[in-house]
Design a protein around this ligand. Structure first.
Ligand code: F6R
Length: 634
């Protein structure tokens, strides 16, 4: 989703801004822009230069090559449209009426209509359809007042104006502001939307996410909610919302591959599918002990008191992460015997269930920045904190891939799935990492509570240890199979995915992957539901993908698949090879594994199937239209 990168120092910043924004491209965007201040006469007054363009960042960088904006301070933005079309006019930065103040913003200003109405009554004219444009206008008026009251044109005046204006804003925002009359200042502020400060040598940065800082500095400090910072070429001053100066030590970015390259792969998504065996092996090495099934022997950060106390679990997540949560819920209920419910975080926020005692709340998010998941977790914490009864305390756990994210910072207990940075917007290796985290939790709860026999626990643990090798073989095999058949689905308009039990969430995930990157309409159903409506859609033009793994529901899924075939649907199986395989027109074979671990494998051919159809259609696989990697708005 939208990205911010801003810099102040002693170098020309235009190309630095483009470099920083490039590292945020993977988040998804539809237009981009930068503004710099060219210092014309001795630090007193500068000239604001703005460049914007629709579409990819390369359009902006071509524009800049023709006429490079000069300046040692600047703000940059990649925009994912919320208010107003993705065009040049709505692209950030936005300016005040005098054209001296430039603002970039991430988030949504919920009261912008009221604020815009007041501004219009004061004669302000708007040039864009965005919610953001109110901010430079408000800052402009505030500065005008200050100057009329005798304050000078300097960075403190800008800082004070921003401090006042943010108190008027409702919703979520992260902003970066420059003013041509204070050419040695960059002011940034965060209200529920992430911003990190970066400390370089003689230059200072601000970005909406740490990957943008890679290559510039490894020293960073995340802004807390409602903090404001003033960046100058000499350093950074940090303030809380009461204007009190804050002093916190910055941290060091860890990891060597924070910004990965594609190696020899055509797309990041394919590379990330291929990295899944490594994700699984790393997870096994870190979390799966040798001495299972002794109690509490899975190395996860869950205290014994939580394990003893928890009577039920609720999982809050969105999209693919919710599908991982659904696999998790199946395991936690059916294997470990703990009642577990999964919620769309966006629904939970406004319609939570009545409070239940001794409940573990798990937030699942690869980015750790998803606005709905964060808000749902905050809301749950607030309502539990307001009750004076220990049984209703907030026990929480985050399953994330970015420990330095907002979710990582806000929750006391997190499982870092350690999948490494994922650039493709369509989640693949992080989905596997999230599912593995739930396998770990399941083993932990089952062994702690003795809800399964030691042998059953040992079997599951041993089956998990085989997964990396099985994934390697499966990826190799189905990469070529799905490449071969992709052309058959280029004209397809609708696909139905069927699964049952532990593989029902994989049917949902298969459908989500297909629609998001190939733009083919796809729907996942529990196979038993087919005849209750969706079967009306079936004919020779609507293929059905059926996940049929030997286990409790194997025969049932096969009968449901037969029902589809009887309606002339082309049947694609994700199944083990056996006498029943001939019902499938195409077959993605899966090794003969226990049904418990099968989702870790059945999802792989579906990822490859979607990937090859999208790649065959020549689509932008890594940055599909309208999508964002980090969904920071509601
Ligand atoms: C789909 C996908 C999304 C995310 C969803 C939640 O491939 O990646 O559906 O799963 O936007 O994102 P996170 O996991 O960052 O909370």
């Amino acid at each position: 989703m939208c990205g911010i990168f801003a810099v102040i120092g002693s170098r020309e910043v235009s190309s630095l801004l483009i470099d920083g924004l490039r590292k945020l491209e993977y988040r998804g965007y539809d237009s981009a822009g930068i503004a710099t201040i060219e210092n014309l006469n001795n630090d007193q007054i500068g000239q604001l230069n703005v460049k914007k363009s629709k579409g990819k960042l390369k359009n902006l960088s071509n524009l800049i090559k023709q006429n490079t904006p000069k300046g040692h301070v600047g703000v940059g933005h990649t925009r994912w449209a919320t208010h107003g079309k993705p065009d040049e006019i709505n692209a950030h930065p936005h300016l005040d009426s005098s054209g001296q103040i430039a603002v970039v913003q991430n988030g949504i200003i919920e009261n912008y209509r009221d604020l815009a109405r007041d501004l219009k009554l004061k004669g302000i004219k708007f040039t864009s359809e965005t919610d953001t444009e109110i901010i430079p206008h408000l800052i402009g008026l505030e500065i005008e007042n200050s100057l009329a009251n005798g304050l000078s044109q300097n960075e403190q005046t800008l800082l004070r104006a921003v401090q006042k204006v943010v108190t008027l804003l409702e919703g979520t925002y992260a902003i970066a502001v420059i003013w041509s009359k204070a050419p040695n200042a960059l002011v940034v502020a965060s209200g529920h939307a992430p911003l990190v400060l970066g400390f370089g040598e003689g230059e200072f940065f601000c970005a909406s996410d740490t990957p943008a800082l890679v290559g510039f500095t490894r020293t960073f400090l995340p802004l807390r909610d409602h903090e404001i910072a003033l960046l100058t070429p000499l350093g950074i001053e940090l303030y809380d919302d009461d204007g009190n100066r804050q002093h916190r030590a910055p941290s060091l970015l860890e990891g060597t591959e924070l910004f990965a390259d594609k190696r020899n792969f055509r797309h990041f998504m394919l590379k990330e599918i291929y990295e899944q065996p490594e994700t699984a092996q790393l997870w096994i090495d870190r979390f799966l002990p040798i001495d299972l099934p002794s109690q509490n022997s899975v190395a996860l950060p869950i205290s014994k008191s939580i394990l003893d106390k928890i009577e039920q679990i609720q999982i809050l997540a969105c999209g693919t992460s919710r599908h991982a949560g659904m696999v998790g819920a199946y395991l936690l209920e059916q294997f470990a015997g703990i009642p577990t419910k999964v919620y769309f975080a966006s629904e939970f926020r406004y319609a939570p269930p009545p409070l239940s005692p001794n409940t573990l709340t798990i937030g699942v998010s690869q980015s750790g920045e998803t606005a709905d998941t964060l808000a749902a977790l905050r809301m749950e914490k607030e309502r539990r904190d307001s009750i004076d009864d220990d049984n209703f305390s907030f026990h929480q756990l985050g399953i994330i891939n970015r420990v330095e994210s907002s979710l990582g910072r806000e929750l006391d207990n997190v499982i870092d799935i350690g999948s490494g940075i994922e650039i493709g917007v369509a989640a693949t290796k992080t989905f596997l990492g999230q599912m593995l985290a739930f396998y770990g939790l399941t083993l932990l709860f089952a062994s702690h509570r003795q809800s399964r026999t030691p042998q059953e626990i040992l079997n599951l643990s041993n089956d998990l240890k085989l997964i990396p090798k099985q994934l390697t073989d499966l990826i190799k095999k189905h990469d070529s199979v799905s490449k071969e058949i992709a052309h058959m689905f280029v004209e397809t308009k609708d696909v139905i995915f069927l699964g049952r039990g532990i593989n029902y969430p994989i049917a949902l995930e298969g459908a989500l992957k297909l629609k998001e990157i190939s733009y083919i309409h796809a729907q996942g159903y529990p196979a038993g539901e087919l005849k209750h409506g969706p079967i009306a859609l079936l004919d020779q033009h609507v293929p059905v993908v059926s996940i049929a793994i030997p286990g409790v529901v194997y025969e049932k899924v096969l009968s449901n698949s037969q029902e589809a075939k009887a309606r002339d649907a082309r049947l694609i199986g994700v199944s083990t090879y056996g006498p029943e395989s001939d019902i499938f027109d195409e077959l993605f074979t899966i090794p003969d594994v226990s049904e418990w671990v099968s989702p870790l494998l059945t999802v792989v051919p579906l990822q490859l199937f979607s990937y090859h159809i999208a790649a065959h259609k020549g689509l932008d696989v890594d940055q599909p239209r309208n999508l964002a990697k980090s969904v920071t708005v509601e």
